[in-house]
Design a protein around this ligand. Sequence first.
Ligand code: ATP
Ligand code: MG
Length: 173
Amino acid sequence: KQHDLVSFVKDIVADFNVKAKSQQVDLQFICPFSALPFWFDAEKLDKVLFNIISNAFKYTMQGGAIHVTLLKNVEKIEIMIADNGIGMNEVEKAHAFDLFYRGNQNISLGTGLGLALSMEFVNLHQGKIELDSEKGKGTSFKITLPFIQAENQQLSKPEVVPYKSNILSVEPE
Ligand code: ATP
Ligand code: MG
């Protein structure tokens, strides 16, 4: 289904405002354009962004920063989630997307499913997730989603609207 990706991402980021305030984290949404109609599965992309932004909060100290940036070029859109938190070492980086993998020095509870599922969801969109991280410096994730013709994309097939729902019911006087 086609949605405005800018307001979609902005709203997800805004849902973390209270958390940002209480953890004194500088949370920002950065996007150079005001609207972007795009075909995507909103339920899935919501889970992906929620997971990655939740991770950023989990692994970033008080006074840190989390920046979410939305960009596009002719063939793809990019969503970057960058934090200046604890970062990952080489082993953690290599396994971050594995099912049930959790880093060594974990500071809170979790199952290790977040990133594995996020990867699955993004693959369904024929996109990719890239990870860049440095221990003690921070972590950034880049989600890339291609612009795809809706008719070639199973996920983006127009929804079948049941005939009935097109009939306006008339209230009796
Ligand atoms: P869950 O998401 O299932 O509650 P989790 O956060 O531990 O648990 P994932 O989201 O899959 O699991 O992340 C896997 C591991 O990658 C984490 O345990 C952590 O070590 C590391 N990690 C993920 N995001 C970050 C981040 N922003 N900064 C530092 N380490 C991270
Ligand atoms: Mg997680």
